[in-house]
Write a protein that binds this ligand. Structure first.
Ligand code: FUL
Length: 676
């Protein structure tokens, strides 16, 4: 053969080679419905129902339909925001524990049909479904099995009621992608006036197999959610965090919805789980699931939302973020801003997959059709794998020149089962391989975050697995830093800590009102009243965050009080005063020009002071009244209150509550003075 012909023949030979048989799936594997759902990754929750108007998280069941009266409801606004945020669907609380129905069910009077909203002619599930479809979103239904309104709850008749209602919901509103059955159920309630506690056997009462079959018959494409699946399981917490090791495999027959030990024992899935029941991480964008005006200032921050993203989607789980729609019937401006910032940051972090320009090779390859290149082709359905039995194997990438990166993304081809148990990432440094990150499970998607690293060559070692690795996609990214101002924390001693919003940033500060230029290395004492200014800077790009400014008061180091928790500089703790006053010994004579009152910040507020008197004393015995007045709107907006008065000398201060919002003993999150 002529020498020149050899490459051509080799090429032809490779071309004609048969594609090897694919590896055998390892049980359990997802069904078609689960495979389609998995790709959604990210969708939203709408908690909007009677609780929105009763200002509760769990209604008792004795609420009146007349209370349900949104003033400007617009489901299209919800759908627009969800779609702009990149969500693929929305799930709405059609009926929560209090039993009120957002659609005019034929089986109860406790619904929108007896409310003033749209003169009783409204059907919110219809408006919701129409709006979702207009914006290309899938439609999901949350239905609480527990019903604190229904007289028959606990009896067999209620199960018939529940199935009748599900039939309405699953036949009249088009395709439903997920049906969400809450695990919280059974307890006290109004129950048609009985007003008692009703316990049910969570395992048997609902006869779940029959109810599930009903859903299957009416909506064959719908995923069934509950603690126990059968299709998708609860992640076991309401923070939106999956686990370092998260299996889609679950010992499903050992689990039932609402079982007390679920979170600790089952929620992370099991390597040897018998069924494919992937995790869904649910979390609210505010502390509560329902809207409370007093949480308007507590919408999750961008760093918090990014943490949720990396600990849910980045850990083999889908992400369900909740919007507590407000009493107008709209997603609040603060929530909209937060979710859109989050979506923009996720897009920014994953804008360019640097692996796609790399040269990739594998230590082993099963053969034609399973090449390493298939992990960077952007197609989930093609994958790299190795010959049977060769669990330990690796992929190597050469970027051609040194690049900077801080994220590794891996996806297993889950239709063949979840396999990988441990892997690591190494970079080549001066001719040697250095490990910089590692992980355990991968599943549908796994993202590792690590400090910036520069390298030309990397390798991913698959070290252990249930069987050979089958990898669909691989991504390497250089996520820009979260360039936000650092968080300022202060202790009672006056010690200030600056918390960086991201790794690898430089923190700068100033204490004299000038542009922050001093580099922050460790916590420092601020002993006088002054203004602290801080910023974060990215040493690589030279970019800086906005400056955040905080007026610091004299430290509370010398302060003493029986209400220690009100002067500990920790806004999360609070003091409850049985005699409705709080006295503080300042430890020295100060000239003060005002005081500050931070209402308690706990989840369920109580004892917010609405009318006060403020006193000063030099000896702790003779008191002088300095100021008296009202903290207006403190219930709806429990932010720090600033009260100013003419300068006066004080060694002791006393805040007296003349009235609290709910008549309970006064509470104080934090008390402070103003000396400037
Ligand atoms: C929980 C419920 O009790 C909450 O109110 C909320 O609906 C959340 C999503 O699930 O179990």
């Amino acid at each position: 053969m002529k020498k020149q012909l050899l490459p051509l023949v080799l090429l032809l030979f490779t071309f004609c080679q048969e594609k090897a048989a694919p590896p055998n799936p390892i049980s359990p594997i997802p069904d078609e419905r689960q495979i389609a759902w998995q790709k959604l990754e990210y969708y939203g929750f709408i908690h909007f129902n009677m609780n929105t108007f009763s200002d509760r998280e769990w209604g008792f069941g004795d609420e009146k339909p007349e209370q349900f009266n949104p003033t400007a409801l617009d489901a299209r606004q919800w759908a627009r925001i969800a779609s702009e945020a990149g969500m693929k669907g929305l799930i709405i609380t059609a009926k929560h524990h209090d039993g009120f129905c957002l659609w005019p069910s034929a089986y109860t009077e406790h619904s929108v049909k007896n409310s003033p909203w749209r003169d009783g002619k409204g059907d919110l599930i219809r408006e919701f479904a129409d709006a979702c479809r207009e914006y290309g979103l899938k439609v999901g239904i949350y239905y609480s099995p527990w019903d604190r309104n229904h007289p028959d709850y606990g009896k067999p008749e209620y199960i018939t009621y529940m199935r009748n209602q599900l039939t309405e919901l699953l036949t009249n509103y088009g395709d439903i992608f997920e049906v969400w059955f809450d695990g919280a159920n059974g307890g006290t309630g109004w129950y048609g006036g009985a007003n008692e506690e009703r316990k049910v056997d969570k395992l048997t009462y609902y006869d779940w197999p029959t109810t599930h079959q009903l859903v299957r018959d009416l909506q064959p494409g719908a995923m069934l959610f509950s603690d126990a699946g059968p299709d998708v399981r609860w992640v076991g917490n309401e923070h939106g965090f999956a686990y370092e090791s998260t299996w889609s495999n679950l010992m499903r027959d050992s689990v039932y919805a609402g079982m007390p030990e679920y979170s600790d024992k089952w929620a992370s899935g099991q390597e040897n789980g018998t069924h494919w029941v992937p995790a869904e991480s649910d979390v609210s964008i505010r502390p509560g699931w329902y809207y409370h005006a007093y949480e308007d200032h507590k919408v999750k921050t961008l760093p918090q939302l990014m943490e949720i993203f990396y600990k849910s989607i980045g850990r083999n789980s889908s992400l369900l973020i909740n919007f507590p729609v407000d009493t107008r019937g709209l997603i609040h401006e603060n929530d909209e801003k937060a979710i859109l910032q989050f979506a923009a940051k996720v897009r920014e972090d994953f804008e360019t997959n640097l692996a796609q320009d790399a040269e990739i090779s594998a230590s082993l390859e099963l053969g034609k059709g399973y090449e390493a290149e298939l992990t960077i082709d952007g197609d989930y359905n093609t994958y790299w794998t190795v010959p049977g039995g060769q669990i330990e194997s690796q992929l190597e990438l050469d970027f051609g020149n040194e690049i900077n990166f801080n994220r590794l993304l891996l996806q297993e081809f889950t239709p063949l089962g979840q396999r990988v148990k441990s892997f690591s990432l190494e970079v080549e440094k001066d001719g040697a391989w250095v490990k910089i990150a590692s992980g355990t499970t991968i599943g549908y998607k796994r993202i590792l975050r690590f400090p910036d690293v520069n390298a030309q060559k990397i390798r991913i070692r698959f070290e252990d697995g249930k069987d050979i690795p089958v990898i669909s996609e691989l991504g390497v990214y250089s996520a820009p830093k979260l360039l936000l101002a650092p968080e300022i924390k202060r202790e009672k001693s006056g010690l200030v800590t600056l918390v960086s919003p991201d790794e690898g940033l430089e923190i700068r500060y100033s204490l004299d009102g000038s542009e922050p230029s001093q580099t922050y290395q460790e916590p420092f004492l601020v002993e006088k009243a002054t203004t602290l200014q801080v910023l974060s800077a990215d040493p690589n790009s030279g970019q800086k965050s906005e400056i955040s400014r905080k007026d610091m008061e004299v430290p509370k180091a010398k302060w003493e009080s029986s209400g220690e928790r009100a002067i500990d500089e920790n806004p999360a703790t609070y003091f409850t005063s049985s005699d409705n006053e709080l006295i503080v010994d300042l430890g020295e004579k100060l000239t003060i020009e005002g005081f500050t009152y931070l209402p308690m910040q706990a989840r369920y507020p109580s004892g917010h002071i609405t009318e006060y008197t403020f006193w000063v004393s030099l000896d702790g015995k003779n008191w002088q009244k300095i100021s008296s007045g009202e903290f207006s709107n403190v219930v709806n907006s429990p932010i720090e209150q600033f009260i100013r008065f003419d300068p006066t000398e004080a060694k002791f201060i006393k805040l007296q509550a003349l009235k609290t919002a709910d008549g309970n003993s006064a509470t104080v999150g934090e008390l402070g003075v103003l000396t400037r």
